[in-house]
Design a protein around this ligand. Sequence first.
Ligand SMILES: Cc1ncc(COP(=O)(O)O)c(C=O)c1O
Length: 387
Amino acid sequence: MPNVNQRIQNIEVPGTRQFANKVALYNDCIDLTLGQPDFDTPQPIKQAAIHAIEQKTMKYSHNMGLIELRQAISNYYIDRYNATFNPNSEITVTIGGSEGIDAILRAILDEGDEVIIPAPTYLGYEPIVELLGGKVKFIDTTGTDYILTKEALLNAVSNKTKAIILNYPTNPTGATYTKAQLDDLVDGLKQLDIFIVSDEIYAENTLECEHYSLVIYPEIRDRVLVVNGLSKSHGMTGWRIGYVVGDYRIIEEVTTVHLYNTICAALPSQYAAIEALTNQIDLPKIMNKSYIESRNYVYQRLLNMGLDVVKPKGAFYIFPSIKKYSNDSFQFANDLIESVQLAVVPGLAFGEFGEGHIRLSFACSMETLVEACNRLEQFINKLEAKK
Ligand SMILES: Cc1ncc(COP(=O)(O)O)c(C=O)c1O
């Protein structure tokens, strides 16, 4: 057999999946590993897709997506952020946020380019940069409650830096930026001639304050590419609808990559997304009420267990430190699942700066969370007894 691509050989299956796959091996295992809402797609969104399948032509759409969907996305950006994106040239609908990230990186990176990523970070970026022959430089944000500061940004930049990838609310930490923190960061960003990829897929899952999108800063508008989608906000991970908004000159290149890769997003899903972004636009506000309750509960339980943890302000993850007990998060997560049948993601899966932590998803029922916290406490008590 001929050799496969050399770079793919160095890329591993993500730690989130490795631990999710382990769940099936245990009876009565509680799974807090995966990053998706536990509520199903609401019925009216499903009905919109069913109606479209029955009533509309199911051919390819425009490569950028149905114009009605792009118009709905454009309206969303005007309503939420007072930011204007031309639906004809500045919005491309992709197969989930994932394809958006891939298409952007392929559109902007050359071999040897460096990409800055604040870490701990979502594990979907580095492999794509590496497949393209780029190099990631992680910036440790553990000392600043997972917020990237202007100073840390300016220290990390080199003459090879082509882009930065930001993600907030952040997977895996739940951190997000206040307006003042974002102003400070943007002050640094506007001094640099680099692309700014802003993965704001959890924007609607901001639990405490407003979400301040990078689209609100005119001084960097021509270099910002925002990734967003319906997966997290509307319980639509399986529909695979995301999108990218940005300056028309870059969106044109992103769309070129996208059209060679996929032609267009699936039509029934696009019709479902129109319903989500119009009649169901306020659904995340309702879901957030239950996430806030879950977040508060898990946060308090972790504090009561004596674990160090930053209170998440968004997304549906919490990222306690386990350094009191272990510096090997894979070992800790393995012992946890074997001993009390609780599956979490080891922090190392989010890069070296995530080591010494575990990620718990709190997008599940209160009943599940109560039992999960009981099991974690039982495990921690055993470790304390051994000390
Ligand atoms: C930060 C972040 N970006 C992007 C994605 C991918 O989202 P999608 O399902 O829209 O491809 C995820 C999924 O977990 C994520 O956590």
